[in-house]
Design a protein around this ligand. Sequence first.
Ligand code: CUO
Length: 672
Amino acid sequence: PLEPAFTTRDNGKTVLELPDSFYTDRYKAESDQVGNRFSKNVDVRIPVQELASVPNLDFAKPLGPKKQFSLFNDQHRNIASELITLFMNAPNLRQFVSLSVFCKDRLNPMLFQYAYAVAIAHRKDTTEVPITNISQVFPSNFVEPSTLKDGRQEGSVFGESGDRVPVAIPRDYTASDIEDEHRLAYFREDIGVNSHHWHWHLVYPTTGPYEVVNKDRRGELFYYMHQQILARYNAERFCNNLKRIQPLANLHNEVFEGYFPKILSSVNNRTYPGRASGQLLKDVDREDTRITIDEILRWRNRIMDVIDQGYVEDTSGQRIPLDEVRGIDILGNMIEASPVLSVNMQLYGNLHNQGHNIISFAHDPDGRHLEEFGVMGDVTTAMRDPIFYRWHGFINTVFTKFKSLLNPYNAAQLGFEGVSVDYIEARIGKKGTTPNVLATYWQNSTVDLTAGLDFSSATNVLASFSHLQNAPFTYTFNVTNNGAKRTGTCRIFLCPKVDERNMALRLEDQRQMAIEMDKFTVDLVPGVNTIRRQSTESSVAIPFERSFRPVGANYQPQAADELARFRFCGCGWPQHLLLPKGTTQGMVFDLFVMISDYSQDSVEQPNTPNDACSTAYSFCGLKDKLYPDRRAMGFPFDRRLPNTYLNEMVDAFGNMARTDLRIQYTDRTIVK
Ligand code: CUO
């Protein structure tokens, strides 16, 4: 088996022993020296095999080692696709190791890390190999740069002595309070949020071998996962007294929101460029990116037209209907767009990705200043920028148009005859607390940055940062089953009740802002059933420890199952942001619970145990399995509903219930 440290830098415990042929020309003469430097105090030596055939890496040349790598860039995606194919085709594990080691110093580091992680996630023989969290491999993409300087200093001066302390990552460094959008910086710049986004795109690449790209309902999940990010961001905006997201519908208007990220690129140590407030978007005409605003608008119009028509045309002119089962999936793959899965890239274009590009180059559209793209050009950083939510808000309006043309859900789809949800509550702790009052606060946590700091000392470099946190809570539902034993799916959502003007939201608006909190299967015996569920079990989130698991120095998995727990775990909304922040006075939401009829939900799955890390299945699916819910993602809120207000719908259907739920925010920090 591979040591986890293999995926990171040498940590003083494990070392790879390279054949001389692996050293690049620059280091060949010094191979003894280099080998010695990393071979002190080593416990485990892993000999690396010679390569059966040395790959020709010329295809990657256009993406030099110091260029920024973007998954939205066609040229970069083609290069990544070729590299993923190379990694996937390595004949066995030892050769895959050799190939990875050989490629690592010869390729752009971000490109390497992406393709390597995609291969680890998809090869059959690497299921036991953990993927290092991206925030630990490339910390400079995630944390304020002075932290890294302090961290190196702390690591080299204090070594293993007890005087070494975690360096503090400042919480508030990208803007002042003059900028209203800065109120949401804690959400946009959260390490867990950004690493989730990277890992999602890693699990669902747009290019590469067909069997890697083609996953069950992939296009629909692209729509749904990003739609849920927007719903969460909207709720967070209301908590911070900001208006809902304004979709970026007009690309000729000034972009009001500026953003100056102040983080460093991991490949060239320059800061990511900023964007001044009021920037106009321009046609991009650069060596490796050419895109005009007109082209984007043309694709948008074509896509809007086919939604009205009800079918798309593939490259041979065949009509494929956009029906209620497959339509959203076809549109997702076509709009994102995946060259492997889009029905017709020539006709429907590359709408979402090219939007990222046009926004990310607004500061230097023709490259005259030799500036690279801004944070919107990179999936590790895009969610930091307020414009991300406006661009995805626009993309979401296209999907929403499609959904709005489907019939509203009817009673047969929504109801569950004989099942009634009589009581629901969410409560912190077990007893003695007030039901339906939940709490948020700040927490100070530590993350290990060692893996990302090349040539630093062999000791851990820890950084502490504060992030929003919620007190864990328990749901309790009383459900009466007036029939025989049967199964249902419990669906829990949180919905804002009022809009930015404090006006009650109608169901049609509310459903589009509904946040999925959890979804799980329940067995109902005849009579009264009490269902209990912990907030930490949520099907959308992964715990803090998984976002920031220790894989740096001194990480030794205790047992195979512990290793398995950490595997493939980067995808999932961070548990610490499961709840919106709320307000100091307490912000009231609708807690909505529905038990749907499992006979309409169930999916025939391969009869194998779920991957140990497939816990955030609502957002990330199940590894090597079908999406575990036959209903449309977001059901029942993805389509129009028969009632005007949520209360009316809940009254009409016994298998639904709602209650007011108050989220109380306290401005205090707990140190973990
Ligand atoms: Cu995830 Cu636009 O798709 O960033």
